[in-house]
Design a protein around this ligand. Structure first.
Ligand SMILES: [Fe+2]
Ligand SMILES: [Fe+2]
Length: 288
């Protein structure tokens, strides 16, 4: 195990984060039917089930509002994109370097797959930065508060959220005003005005908000919002903008899930391309 202070008690070792990614990959394998999704129960994947038990129990409206106050004001200091990626890489330490990907390698595989398919440069950039918010683990946030499917808080939970039974222990269950279809929101108010369960998606979107186009920000903010982009849930809270952005989020999701297995990216060779790419869209340093 790593001895760096950041990863001793972050509760989010590489093994855990990878287990999460593999779960997603399996769950959303192309061609799977709705029925097949259901095989992911507590007996089949106990680690994942425990992760969601904690996530669904603790992601209350008040928890989310508190985390938004802490992190969305971007008081964690200035970093370049490379510095943020290197920082994230410290999360990973004890794995076999030949078989496991570092966090930077996952980012590069995602962005390189997007680049190979000839997508616009802003989307390649989005591929590279999409998981940088996982540095929340290094700020001491528990794994269940950093990764995993996201969902709106402050209104009724959709049955399309994975392991919905674990919401039984969420204290918001006892706040009837948060248990209605719309809860604290207006019909078709738009996804951007929702408070989403807290995690790496919302955080990286806030960091990048001043610099990137809406399509990119939707990919960042909602890439783990599977109940919406894969199951069509929460349409009653969506506006036309959300519906037009959906295709981009789905396009992006393919690369996030299925770009693994390509050869290990060569950092040295790729660096000049990414230096130019970052300089085209972003200032030298960003507030985190
Ligand atoms: Fe992610
Ligand atoms: Fe990812």
């Amino acid at each position: 195990m790593s001895t760096s202070p950041a990863s001793v008690n972050n509760n989010g070792s590489l093994a855990d984060l990878e287990e999460w990614d593999e779960f997603l990959e399996g769950r959303y394998k192309e061609g799977k039917t709705q029925e097949e999704f259901r095989v992911y129960d507590a007996t089949a994947t106990p680690g994942v089930a425990e992760f969601y038990r904690l996530n669904h129990e603790h992601q209350t409206l008040d928890y989310v509002l508190d985390k938004e106050r802490t992190y969305f004001s971007l008081q964690k200091g200035q970093k370049t994109v490379w510095e943020a990626a290197e920082f994230l890489n410290t999360l990973v330490d004890d794995s076999d370097p030949d078989t496991d990907l570092t966090q930077i390698e996952h980012l590069l595989q995602t962005s390189e797959a997007i680049r190979r398919d000839g997508h616009p440069r802003w989307m390649v950039l989005t591929g590279f930065i999409h998981d940088l918010g996982k540095c929340l683990c290094l700020y001491g946030e528990p794994q269940w508060g950093v990764v995993g499917d996201t969902f709106p808080v402050g209104c009724a939970w959709s049955p399309d959220i994975v392991f919905p039974e674990y919401f039984a222990n969420n204290p918001d269950r006892h706040r009837p005003e948060l248990q209605t279809r719309y809860g604290i929101y207006e019909p078709n108010c738009g996804l951007e005005s929702l408070h989403m369960s807290f995690g790496h998606d919302g955080y990286i979107a806030e960091v990048m908000k001043p610099y990137l186009r809406d399509e990119a920000l939707y990919m960042l903010r909602f890439h783990s919002f599977y109940p919406w982009h894969r199951h069509g849930a929460y349409d009653h809270l969506c506006n036309d903008k959300d519906r037009s952005m959906l295709e981009w989020v789905l396009k992006f999701n393919q690369y996030d899930l299925y770009s693994k297995g390509h050869s290990k990216p060569n950092m040295k060779e790729l660096k000049p391309y990414y230096d130019d790419l970052f300089a085209e869209f972003l200032p030298a340093t960003l507030a985190w």
